[in-house]
Design a protein around this ligand. Sequence first.
Ligand SMILES: [Zn+2]
Length: 463
Amino acid sequence: MRKKTILILNVFLLLSMLSIPVRAEGQSTGRVQQTQTPVVIVLDPGHGGKNDGTTENGFLEKSMTMVTALAAYEELQKYEGIEVYLTHTEDEDMSLKERAEFAASVNADFLFSIHYNASENHELFGSEVWISCAPPYHAYGYQFGWLQMKQMEEMGLSLRGIKTRQNNDKEDYYGVIRECVALEVPAVIIEHCHVDEPRDTVFLSSDEDLKAFGVADATSIARYFGLKSTILGVDYSTGVDYPAILPEEKNRLAFRDETAPDICIIEKQAIDTDDLTVTLDVSAADYDSMLLYYDYSLDGGLTYSTRQLWPDCNIYDGSYRDSFPLTLEIPEGTVNPSIVIRAYNNFDLFLESNTVKVEQVFSSARENSADQAISVLSEASDISSESLQTVTFTPDSQATDTASSKALKLKNFLGICVIIVIVLLIIVLTSQFIAMHQKSKRRRRKLADKRRERYDDKPNRNI
Ligand SMILES: [Zn+2]
């Protein structure tokens, strides 16, 4: 009896082990979410009515999201086995709770909230998907977000990743996700790109562009649900690469990293005054999440460049280059640039590097290189303030040469004059001295002659 129970337990254990999908990093699994047939999805054009959304740069988000959502709706009609709804089709006010309630009322498998983005300082660019932090919605959102990122990447956009944001109660920060999850409807926010950054606005030049985003959204939705379309001649029921759920050590990629990057160090490599460039070696790391952008300052941190994508950053696996050479073009006329780099993680938290001071005038080599006769490059570093390097440049300007040779000639002429005057003075003084000496000699001789004469005239008294 006991043996039988153990055997049954072992068989049960073996079977349950086999049924657990193995989710190693980089390995793809199937879709985690089980769905009904037909799949019911709700498209939610973000904002509407009094809620304009972003109005930066002359854009009106609520109109843009409607164009994109309607295009996605139309595209999804071409697929079989799907039922599609829109939360609204008119420019009207609708609360986030009402949107979630609508999705629940149609028994939706998923709500996709469609948005365009803008950042406070107009410095961010790229596409992102916000997902729920709560299981199992987190895994559903992550797998969809991954497919959506692939779609945006194919369109040529930079990627900001698949992320969660929580409020103080550790619930989802974004209302539409929170309200949907409360009603057990999986939901994500698609932030296609930014209306206030030139690297993104090139994708927003016409209504056709906004519609293209809608078609891309529809494609990733169709891929996520494994749909078929006879009209389009596509079948996503097989061959879709669903991502493995993030392993625990990479959780910070999706779960908000609350801390800034851990390391950011810069070292000087080379200065080129002909090309007006400074080359640095940049090293940085974020142990919790990943590095996404950097920017640089030439004035010791007062003003910064636009953000640049961190080399080889990969939002899918969180990898990035931990060090790379960076050649900065220094604007002509810059005097003694003080270089600082900021490394940003994928939650926009940054760490400032040490300062590299370049005591150098960056003016055109052909015009003014005589000013650059001697340059000193010093590195003021939090880590090491000892390194000091001197770089000497040879002046080669003809203009400054003639000016300095004129000055030299004048100097030489004055020098010669002074020498002549001194020599003349010496000659005059010497001749006067000789003349005086001869005069007194003659006088003494005369006196001696007179005395001798007087002596010769007197009789010798002793004789
Ligand atoms: Zn929005």
